[in-house]
Each structure stands twice: as structure tokens, then as C-alpha cells.
Design a protein around this ligand. Structure first.
Ligand code: F6R
Length: 614
């Protein structure tokens, strides 16, 4: 949420910063703004709406040349998406420009304090108070020292990046619980919310820890704690290049990311068996002895990642016989979750920065739980704060709606489940190998779904005017139903809900009326065939009341044919792996429906990727 870029070097800062913002726009698109330093003065341009609006403004009112600059793309929290609430914000004396991601929770009291000293505030944002506080601290100190002093006064989560025209070749950043990474170039350095902003210039980066300040110059990067003591930052290198974050010939990032799923699944499985054909999780640092003592597993995650966790619950319980709870991270720490040293808490997050998940993770750690992150973003906060990490290899996910991350999160959570089963002796080794073999067939099966998905587009067009779409599933098909409904809500802005098929008759069946489209994820008839029989009964119940049934069913499942108005076929797959194929047509359905309705598929309204506020 909110994209931040800072640059100091030899190039034209504006070009570097705007290109970086273009790559970060998925983090927020309520407004965009840039600041450069020229002739000892701050020069700022900012505009409500998407980055394109700012670019138009820059065409009409160009900025002077400068080799130091900062830029911001906003997801509004405090104050509407207007020009005057757009970042950067400047202190009353014009001395400091600041951009911000996160929420300053004590901003109201700081605002009052500033007003009592006669400071006039120009916006409704929490960010602006920081600009004034920095300026007040500046007469006696430089920007980095002022930043230390101000950070001590702030409550909440924040990334701040600021510039002072009196020191025109320096940019200062600070972070607490919100993302900020450093890009290390030759004679130039970068700050950004994520590496996508600078990966076309450098793949060498530094992770910043909690409560740290970074002083960026063209030829040096200094990392300090909030008391000014030097800190060693951990270097890492980005394992993908700039082309991975481009559309590569696709019209939409989402279409590209849907198409990349076979590769993402294959990459996430690669190298997971050792020479003895036992599961190997290199990045896991929890001792097997500790894993043998675990008596419960708790998954914490949000949105799509939580749906991946729900799928994994069925598999991990089946394989390890350990109880698995899946908790929405935003609810977790506000009740009294029963976790302790005998709990393995698995945090699933594509971005590794989702604030709800981070706070739940910290709460679990405070209770003494062992923690493991499943994450797609190297260098992000959630893996850094976990005891162990298993990275997914989906590559950068730019479309706001998650697709390839979901499939790889399921893969990673399954690997953790199999690893637990192996460490605890809960399964025979040949059983584990057989499942690994089934998993290794999945990239090809997902590819097959993609090859045969065209009729789903026609179907989406047919139902574009539906008032609401319901999704039903049983067992692992239930979280798939939830995911299908979420995709439709966020992309097509339609009423959509996912239900366990058996639950419908306990109330929601009242929603069924003539013509309501219901997408049913049909369990394999070859698995627990009782589930198949039950869902056929559920279909009959809704058809009797006028529903139009779209069945997502396995190739060869002819028993379903008489009961469906449309059938979307997916390849034969073991029951627990079915979500890896049955989700894909639902992604395509939502994407197509949103396109038909003329919506911005990659940047849906009101949303942003990487939700760094609670
Ligand atoms: C939905 C979607 C969100 C994210 C959720 C968690 O398409 O993308 O529901 O899944 O915000 O994000 P991460 O995985 O980054 O923690």
C-alpha cells in the first residue's frame, strides 16, 4: 500500500523516480507525486488519480533537472484522494519534503500540538505532521538526526522518506513495520517500497530491519537505528529481472500471471527432494526435534492467502494428524488465541508485508510459538521475523488480484505438511514420494486447463449482467469457492459469495431464484465418492429452485452431465490437489467478466496490493 521511491545518483532523478512509480503503482493509485531539489529549493508536482495524471501535469509544467528525487503513489487512508492530500508534503518553511506509507496513529495529538504552536496544516493527512516536526527539529540538526528525533515521537507503522534542499545530494528514509528496501547501484543508490522499482538498474539490495534509518547518497548508504547507532544491513540479490515485472506481450498483468502458473508451480517445487528422495526445505531452520513436539498448527493469513491456508488444512491434517486452525490474521490477536511453544504458526503472505499478518505473527511469537513464513518476496518483513521460511517462486505478482501466488502458496503449504509428516514419522516414505510425484504432474495439468479455458470466456460474457453469482464447494472445493467469489467481487464489482455446498440449505438457499448462476466445484468421483454424491444432491436442490448451474468437474465425470447447464472440464487429479486446477477457470471467469464490464482489471477500484495498514 502506497509506493515509495527515492533516488540519488547521476541520472535524471525524475525519470528514475517516475519509472519506479510506474512499477509500484499496483500499491496504490489514488494520487501520485514527485519532488526534486533544484537551486537549493524543493520543486514538487502532485496530482490526484493515477500516475498518468501526474505525467500529464509534468508535461504541462516540467520539473527542473535534478539528480536527487523522491516519488509516491498513494492509497488513501487519512484524507480523501485529492491533489492537496497527495504526497510529498512540505513543511511550512519549505525546508523538508516527505512521503509516507503506513499510519501515524498519534497524528491527531501531534496535529493539535503543531496547531497550538501556530503551524497551519495544508492537508488532512497524517503524513503532513511529520514534515512540520522534521522542520522544527532541523535548525539544530541535519535531516538524519531530525528523523531519529521525530521517529521516537511517532506511534503506528510507517515508512518515511524525506529530502532537505540544504543537503541536496542526500535522501533519508526510516521504517517501522512498513516496507523499505535499498537498491545498491554504481554511483547511484535507491530506496523503494519494493525491489520492482529499481530492478532495471540493480539487482543488489539491502534489507532494512525494524526501527532503522537509512542515509542515502550517490556513493554511500548508511544504516542507523533510531538512536543514531550504526547498524549492519543484510544484503540480498533479486533473483528475477525487470522483464519479469513487465506485461511481456499480454494485455493485462493478470492474464500474464494466470498464464505463468504452470511455471510458478514448477519453480516452487524444484529442488525439494534430496538424493534419498526425502523432502528438503533448505530455508527451514526449525529443528526436526522441535517439529516432533508440535501439537497443533495454526495458519495466519488474509484474503487469497487465507484461502490457500484453508486448502492446506485438509492436506496437513490428513497427512500429519495434527489439528490445523486457519485464522484470518486481522482477527487473530484481538481475541485470546491459544498458541504456545507447542504450536507451529504458519504465516502465508505473497508480499511478506501485510500488516494484519505481521501483527498476528508477532503476537504468536510473543506467546512462544514457532513460526514459519510462506512468502513470495525475499527481503520482506514477515520472513525476516519468522523462525523459518519457505519461499514460493511465483516471481513478481503485479496485478492487484492474486493468482499465481495462490497456487504456489498451496504448493508450499503442502511441502510443509509433507515435511512435518516426514519429520514426525506420520507417513511412509513411499507415500510421501507418491504425493511428490502427483505434485510434479501439476504444472502440466495446469497448462492443460489453460489450453482448454476458452469457453469460460464465452460463459463470462453470457453472465455479465447477472445480479449475483454464488460459488459452492465441499472439502477442498470450499476454499476454492471462496476464492472464486473473492476474484469476482474484487474485479467485476459483483455480488458473489462462496459457500460450503452442504451449508446452503441452512439459510443461503433463500438467495436462489430463477436464473441465478451458481458455480459448483465438483469433487472427484474417484476420491471420496460420497462427496461427489452429496454435491449432486445439492445441485438438484438449487436447480429445483431455478439456479443455473455451472459445474467445474473432472474430465470423465459423466455422472454430473445431466445436472449442469454448463460444464467446465479440468483434468483428473487426486482430491487434495484439485484446487490447483479448479481455481484457474474461476480466475479466467472473473478476469473476463471484469473486462467485459470495462473495469481496470490490474488495478481494481479501492484496492491496492500489499496491504500495509491494519
Ligand atoms: C486478493 C488478494 C488479497 C491478498 C491479501 C493478502 O486477490 O490479493 O486478498 O491475498 O491481501 O496479501 P499477502 O499475500 O501479500 O499477505
Amino acid at each position: 500500500m502506497c509506493g515509495i521511491v527515492g533516488y540519488v545518483g547521476e541520472k535524471q532523478a525524475l525519470e528514475v523516480v517516475v519509472a519506479g512509480l510506474r512499477r509500484l503503482e499496483y500499491r496504490g493509485y489514488d494520487s501520485a507525486g514527485v519532488a526534486v531539489i533544484s537551486d537549493g529549493r524543493l520543486e514538487i508536482r502532485k496530482k490526484a488519480g493515477k500516475l498518468a495524471n501526474l505525467e500529464t501535469l509534468l508535461g504541462q509544467d516540467p520539473l527542473p533537472q535534478s539528480t536527487t528525487g523522491i516519488g509516491h503513489t498513494r492509497w488513501a487512508t487519512h484524507g480523501g484522494p485529492t491533489d492537496h492530500n497527495a504526497h510529498p508534503h512540505v513543511s511550512a518553511d519549505g525546508r523538508v519534503a516527505v512521503i509516507h506509507n503506513g499510519i501515524i496513529e498519534n497524528f491527531a495529538e501531534l496535529r493539535e500540538e503543531l496547531q497550538s504552536r501556530g503551524v497551519e496544516l495544508a492537508s488532512e493527512t497524517d503524513t503532513e505532521v511529520v514534515a512540520h516536526l522534521l522542520a522544527e527539529a532541523m535548525p539544530d540538526s541535519d535531516l538524519a538526526q531530525a528523523m531519529q528525533a521525530v521517529c521516537h515521537r511517532l506511534e503506528g507503522a510507517f515508512t518515511l522518506v524525506a529530502m532537505d534542499p540544504h543537503d541536496p545530494t542526500t535522501v533519508v528514509g526510516a521504517r517501522r513495520s512498513s516496507p523499505l528496501v535499498v537498491g545498491l547501484g554504481e554511483g547511484e543508490n535507491f530506496l523503494a517500497s519494493d525491489v520492482a522499482a529499481f530492478v532495471e538498474h540493480t539487482r543488489d539490495a539491502l534489507e532494512l530491519g525494524q526501527d532503522q534509518i537509512v542515509v542515502l547518497r550517490a556513493d554511500s548508504v548508511q544504516v542507523l537505528d533510531f538512536d543514531g547507532a550504526p547498524v549492519e544491513a543484510k544484503p540480498f540479490s533479486v533473483d528475477w529481472d525487470a522483464s519479469a515485472a513487465e506485461k511481456g506481450g499480454y494485455e493485462l498483468f493478470m492474464l500474464k500471471e494466470i498464464a505463468e502458473q504452470p511455471k510458478a508451480v514448477a519453480d516452487s517445487l524444484r529442488g525439494r527432494l534430496d538424493a534419498q528422495q526425502r523432502i528438503r526445505l533448505d530455508e527451514t531452520q526449525i529443528d526436526d526435534g522441535v517439529l516432533r513436539q508440535i501439537s497443533k498448527v495454526v495458519v495466519i493469513a488474509c484474503g487469497t492467502a487465507a484461502h490457500a491456508g484453508m486448502v492446506a488444512k485438509y492436506a496437513i491434517e490428513h497427512w500429519t494428524k495434527l489439528p490445523v486452525d486457519v485464522e484470518l490474521a486481522s482477527e487473530f490477536r484481538y481475541r485470546d488465541p491459544i498458541v504456545g511453544p507447542d504450536s507451529l504458526v504458519i504465516a502465508i503472505s505473497q508480499s511478506g508485508e501485510t500488516m494484519d499478518t505481521l501483527m498476528a505473527l508477532r503476537h504468536a511469537k510473543d506467546q512462544g510459538a514457532r513460526t514459519l513464513a510462506i512468502c513470495n518476496t525475499v527481503g520482506s518483513t514477515i520472513p525476516r521475523e519468522s523462525d523459518a521460511v519457505l519461499y514460493t517462486y511465483a516471481g513478481p505478482e503485479i496485478a492487484v488480484a492474486s493468482t499465481k501466488a495462490f497456487l504456489t502458496q498451496i504448493i508450499a503449504a503442502y511441502l510443509v505438511g509433507l515435511y512435518l509428516a516426514q519429520a514426525r514419522g506420520a507417513m511412509f516414505e513411499d507415500e510421501i514420494r507418491a504425493i511428490m510425484q502427483d505434485l510434479s504432474d501439476m504444472p502440466q495439468k495446469v497448462d492443460l486447463v489453460l489450453d482448454t479455458v476458452e469457453p469460460v470466456r464465452a460463459l463470462a460474457q453470457e453472465y455479465a449482467e447477472a445480479g449475483s453469482v454464488l460459488f459452492l464447494g465441499r472439502h477442498v472445493g470450499y476454499p476454492v469457492a471462496l476464492e472464486g467469489a473473492l476474484k469476482l467481487k474484487e474485479l467485476a464489482y459483483m455480488h458473489a459469495e462462496g459457500f460450503p455446498a452442504g451449508e446452503l440449505k441452512h439459510g443461503p438457499i433463500a438467495l436462489i431464484e430463477d436464473g441465478v448462476p451458481v458455480i459448483v466445484i465438483v469433487p472427484s468421483p474417484r476420491g471420496r465418492s460420497v462427496l461427489h454424491g452429496k454435491i449432486v444432491s445439492n445441485i438438484q436442490e438449487i436447480r429445483a429452485r431455478g439456479a443455473r448451474v455451472i459445474a467445474v468437474a473432472e474430465e470423465g465425470d459423466e455422472a454430473i452431465t445431466p445436472f449442469a447447464d454448463h460444464i467446465i472440464r479440468v483434468p483428473e487429479t487426486p482430491t487434495l490437489l484439485q484446487p490447483l486446477v479448479s481455481t484457474v477457470p474461476l480466475q479466467v471467469f472473473a478476469c473476463e467478466l471484469a473486462t467485459v464490464k470495462g473495469h481496470d482489471v490490474d488495478q481494481p477500484r479501492n484496492l491496492a496490493k500489499s496491504v500495509t495498514v491494519e
